[in-house]
Design a protein around this ligand. Structure first.
Ligand code: COA
Length: 437
């Protein structure tokens, strides 16, 4: 299903309402052909928007190859001196978002930029609103993104549904208190990492809400095996195999030498993916016991890492939790029915939506097996719990990490029994997205 949906989404026309709004200010909204002549200017505009250098031809071609499956949008100002450079860019594609007990197609959004010369005139709003309407009209249940700045997307109904953790470990201060599993850790090439890691990731992706099917080109971007990779020579890779020789996990990292003190260098773990406790312990032990290193840094970790219980000195680790995976429900019944719940219940949801896409009254009936049926509710529908929420707040709850009690205490939702509502929605393990897109 997702493939057909992906193709229909890729080839859909632009949203007429947003096109008309932009045309009213002299700007043109269009889909940019991945293989067409306009790609180079579009790509340059995206890179400039994210403060990057102008692309070399090799970098441009590598991105074009990797992003063929993306739907690309550009906003043009024909009165500008270089009209081939769009003043607004946007990309999206259909992927699979892991939710508690399952997965759901989601419209992933990226490459959102507006030229500094044209900022704060409503161009980003026009692109976002239009593309959410396009996705909703095609029946995509959810949209999702990772954000450069936290205040940007709540206004469109997105909320941070998966927060993640960043950790700095002073390994000079701590020893290893975790297990020492059988199996072995070995260095591999970057190409070797690229070859083994997708399979490990696929084994765990759906088990953790918040993860997302890996976008085309991302594995090569991480591994530095794409022509547009920056400093791939800095990457080191290791894998862990179990006693029967099966690869159970792999990590990528970079080292930054401390020129003032060679014994206190820094390691940045770029990726650490394992499919079980043994591989997890083996790889983290490798990092915690490195010589000539003081700080080991890793980000996009879950908020419940066993790692913290594997250190002899818990205070050697500084943990920062931050918002990471933003989710926006476009179709309330389809999104809520895609996941499992912890308790049975009957809930009346009264949902508002600033864009009018997903608002309404719904009755959600959760069975003893944790599956839900969600249907539009008549004016007289009753339930044991009634919840009034904006679509952003409902979206925050979709992955089961955010507490409904906390949202109620923060004044973000109103529930007749927030604790009982929370009991239904909350899920363990907590959601996590292990990378950016
Ligand atoms: C973020 C960015 C795309 C906004 O583009 P823009 O065309 O100026 O945005 P709009 O004029 O459509 O603004 C839409 C709304 O967002 C708000 N907004 C825009 N940028 C904001 C910011 N950095 N912080 C807080 N609010 C912001 C506007 O005030 C406006 O609010 P309103 O419509 O509710 O009144 C643009 O500043 C940009 O390219 N930034 C650098 C690249 C980047 O970070 N992109 C986001 C990647 S996730």
């Amino acid at each position: 299903m997702a493939d057909t949906l992906a193709a229909r989404h890729h080839d859909a026309a632009v949203d007429p309402e947003s096109a008309a709004r932009l045309a009213g200010t002299g700007l043109g909204l269009s889909v940019i052909a991945n293989d067409g002549d306009d790609f180079a200017g579009w790509h340059d505009a995206v890179r400039r928007g994210f403060l990057d250098t102008t692309a070399t031809p090799a970098q441009r071609d590598a991105t074009r190859d990797a992003w063929r499956s993306r739907r690309l949008l550009g906003v043009r100002d024909p009165s500008g001196p270089v009209p081939q450079w769009p003043v607004g860019t946007f990309s999206s594609w259909i992927g699979m978002l892991s939710v508690p007990g399952g997965e759901v197609p989601s419209c992933a959004i990226s490459s959102v930029t507006v030229a500094p010369t044209h900022r704060r005139r409503g161009i980003a709003r026009a692109m976002m609103e239009g593309e959410l309407r396009v996705a909703a009209s095609l029946g995509v249940p959810v949209a999702s993104l990772t954000a450069s700045e936290a205040p940007l997307y709540g206004r469109y109904g997105f909320a941070a549904a998966a927060s993640v953790a960043e950790v700095d470990i002073d390994i000079k201060r701590t020893g290893w208190a975790g297990p020492t599993p059988a199996g072995r850790v070995d260095f591999i090439t970057r190409e070797g990492w690229r070859a083994v890691v997708p399979e490990v990731f696929e084994r765990v992706r759906v088990a953790r809400g918040g993860e997302f099917s890996m976008p085309d080109g991302h594995w090569d971007r991480f591994a530095g095996t794409r022509a547009d990779a920056e400093h791939p020579e800095r990457l080191r890779a290791v894998q862990v195999t179990d006693p029967s020789g099966v690869v159970r996990g792999a990590a990528l990292y970079t080292v930054t030498e401390n020129e003032a003190d060679f014994t206190k260098s820094r390691v940045d773990v770029q990726s650490l993916i394992t499919d079980g406790d043994d591989a997890y312990a083996a790889l983290w032990r490798f990092f915690v016991e490195l010589d000539l290193v003081q700080i080991v840094h890793a980000a996009e970790l879950s908020i419940d890492e066993p790692l913290l219980w594997m250190l002899t000195d818990r205070r050697a680790a500084t943990v920062t939790v931050y918002d990471h995976h933003y989710v926006r429900i476009l179709d309330v019944p389809a999104a809520l029915q895609a996941r499992r719940y912890r308790r049975s219940g009957r809930i009346l949801l009264v949902i508002t939506d600033p864009l009018g896409i997903a608002e309404g009254r719904f009755v959600m009936t959760v069975d003893d097996d944790g599956t839900a049926v969600v249907v539009p509710a008549g004016a007289r529908a009753t339930a044991t719990i009634t919840v009034e929420a904006g679509i952003a707040e409902l979206s925050a709850l979709l992955l089961g990490q955010v507490s409904a009690r906390v949202l109620a205490a923060a004044g973000r939702i109103r529930a007749t029994d927030a604790a009982a509502f929370d009991d239904v929605f909350r899920w363990d393990p907590p959601a996590r997205l292990s990378y950016w897109y």
